[in-house]
Ligand binder design. Sequence first.
Ligand code: C2E
Ligand code: CA
Ligand code: CA
Ligand code: CA
Length: 275
Amino acid sequence: AKENGKNDCMLYSDSWSNSSFERLKLQHEMYRAIQRHEFVLHYQPQYDLKSGIMVGVEALVRWNHPVRGLLAPGSFIPLAEESGMIVQIGDWVLEEACRQNKEWQDAGLAKIPVSVNLSIRQFLQHDLASRIAEVLETTGLEPKYLDLEITESMTIDVGHITRCLLEITNLGVGISVDDFGTGYSSFHYLKNFPIDRLKIDRSFVRDIQQDPSDAEIVAAIIAMAHNLNIQVIAEGVETEEQMEFLKKHRCDEMQGFFCSPPVSSDNIEQMLKAG
Ligand code: C2E
Ligand code: CA
Ligand code: CA
Ligand code: CA
């Protein structure tokens, strides 16, 4: 499964986005991009560390820009957050990811959850949980095959977020904390929110071999999460040594270039078929 993914997007240089004219232009183009079907989802496999089986995929948006080519999210998501367009884009991502996952299941492929990244802006919408319920209804995807990734920047209105997360988990949808350890409120999250899984940020994984304190932190996060009945996935795993370390410390799952970069939906289909 490792040879897939050479077709992933070229990371577009950010230099143009510094010009305010270019930013304005891009923002304008973004409005038309949904109607024109220019957004596409790539998927990065998530593997069970013990068995090596693919147990999930994360949906990652790309923008197939008519002139600039395939754009990575880093070059337009910040702008989309700023302008509010992230709400429409995020809504499209949610529906497309659920639709695609149901299609894989209907084709008889292994049933695995799809993870979708949620922006804080989507949380501030009052009807998020009912929108999620509606998407599950229209696509026919069972709630347990959807997982939502939230980040620690989302603690702006704790009361609202808590209510919203409870509504979502009551639907039967999973919640993962993304980029765990990079925010100011990691422990607050674990204590107060109904979390199923945390994703150890790749900045900790990167230096596991070189930096003894990163190794200690990763081992401690895994042990603590397990004591709280929370699953752990490590992101950004790029080497066999990192994988072995995570295995040794009983991390549950991994995601990273070592196994596979994000790939097209066709590639995922082939990987699922190959078993
Ligand atoms: P993220 O949620 O932390 O997603 C993981 C990012 O790390 C992806 O970048 C992925 O390609 C990259 N990655 C995966 N494995 C490795 C590895 O082994 N090494 C390294 N160096 N990188 C790895 P990508 O696809 O460029 O996405 C960047 C960010 O854009 C995401 O970070 C997420 O915050 C945001 N994003 C992507 N899709 C969406 C979306 O649909 N909605 C929202 N709100 N944000 C999104
Ligand atoms: Ca994520
Ligand atoms: Ca992440
Ligand atoms: Ca990140």
